[in-house]
Design a protein around this ligand. Structure first.
Ligand SMILES: C[S@@+](CC[C@H](N)C(=O)[O-])C[C@H]1O[C@@H](n2cnc3c(N)ncnc32)[C@H](O)[C@@H]1O
Length: 370
């Protein structure tokens, strides 16, 4: 087991490496209670390990999954920023949500081939505040946003014009990197107060190849975190360690987290529960509640307001639709409060946006009695 080295040079020099709660605890399936869960863990491990390392490194960080524009990744970062500096950045986070829906809309129309002939013609239509161009309706939130960033919010670069005038580059083949990185630069600047804020302990189960962590780093958030990420797939962890050799990435199983009770103040996780059997969902949720002391931010990609989970086996794992009520009930065995955010409803209510690409996406903010 590697020694835990916090991603904060000042702290590691002054305090030395902290004792990792992972040290001395079994990893893998040693603590699992039933042969069914051991077999399920083996299948989950195989399901992801069968892919090439290179694919694992990039498949969840492009297109709508790019954590710079993915709304649930933005919510997770906002959750951590709020833990570091409570209430200081509410307005900026709201602007980043607006950025997310606008760039997702532009990405969608570029990906579906509309306006392929001329990005410039879309921009002209937005500048002229037209409600439609050809067959495509230009949503009110996009027109409103353009008005803001070309007017009273001029401190935010005009990412709409950038997205529609500069050529696409990098891993995302439709949008230019400059536009995608708009808030990466803003947060980097805003969080450069280095050293004034406290450091918080954070656990991320199913971290993939540092899919979200790489943007916690580039957005300037990671320097305030005492972070551990783990994943059942050793290839993912090798990728994550290659990118961040001094950060604590471990091979581990969300069904048997090798950490002591309440050993992390905060936890965030994306897109794992739907891939588990119903029995394993309950165990994973219980494990997350067991190790988290203050708050957890749980992101789901396939959830609905239904009474029972809809179970859909998909090869080596599942692609279930989870019941909000059932998940909530399990969490409430340990939590003191849960804020259920249905992303589509949130965007409708706050931004008049009714075209979010995933109607089944939910984020649950879970508070514990710390
Ligand atoms: C859909 S991917 C999500 C990855 C990352 N959280 C993201 O959103 O980009 C699911 C991840 O869960 C990991 N995984 C699957 N079963 C697991 C388990 N029992 N414990 C920990 N990680 C697991 C996989 O290796 C994979 O990296």
């Amino acid at each position: 087991m590697r020694q835990k080295v916090p991603d904060n040079p000042n702290r590691s020099i002054r305090q030395g490496p902290k004792q990792s709660p992972w040290n001395g605890r079994p990893t893998g399936s040693a603590g699992l209670k039933t042969t069914g869960l051991i077999a399920e863990s083996d299948r989950l491990r195989t399901a992801w390990t069968q892919y090439e390392s290179d694919l694992l490194d990039r498949y969840l960080v492009t297109g709508v999954e790019d954590p710079r524009i993915n709304l649930q990744s933005i919510i997770s970062r906002a959750f951590l920023i709020d833990a570091i500096r409570p209430d200081d950045f509410t307005g900026l986070v709201q602007e980043e949500f607006r950025f997310s829906i606008c760039l997702n809309f532009i990405l969608h129309i570029l990906m579906t081939g509309c306006f392929q002939a001329s990005r410039k013609s879309i921009l002209d239509a937005i500048v002229q505040d037209r409600q439609a161009y050809g067959d495509v309706v230009i949503p009110s939130y996009l027109r409103r946003c353009f008005e803001l960033i070309s007017g009273e919010k001029r401190d935010i670069p005009d990412y709409i014009a950038q997205a529609l005038t500069r050529s696409a580059s990098g891993e995302n083949s439709y949008l230019p990197d400059g536009a995608l990185s708009t808030f990466e630069h803003i947060w980097g600047r805003e969080l450069s107060f280095h050293g004034e804020a406290k450091s918080i302990s954070v656990l991320e189960p199913a971290c993939g190849s540092a899919n979200d962590y790489r943007y916690l780093h580039s957005f300037g958030v990671s320097k305030f975190l005492d972070y551990t990420g783990f994943d059942i797939c050793a290839k993912n962890i090798a990728n994550a360690r290659r990118r961040f050799p001094t950060v604590d990435f471990e091979v581990g199983n969300v069904l048997d987290i090798p950490a002591d009770d309440k050993s992390y103040d905060y936890l965030f996780v994306h897109d794992i529960f739907e891939h588990l059997s119903p029995a394993a969902v309950d165990i994973a949720l219980a494990e997350i509640c067991r190790v988290t002391r203050k708050e957890a931010c749980l992101s789901f990609f396939n959830m609905a307001d239904i009474d029972e989970h809809v179970v859909e086996p998909a090869g080596l794992y599942y692609w279930n639709t989870l019941s909000v009520k059932k998940v909530r009930r399990v969490l409430m065995d340990s939590a003191c409060d849960i804020d259920v955010v249905h992303i589509d409803t949130f965007l409708r209510d706050n931004y008049d946006c009714d075209d979010y690409h995933n109607k089944e996406a939910y984020t649950l903010m879970v508070s514990f009695d710390a």
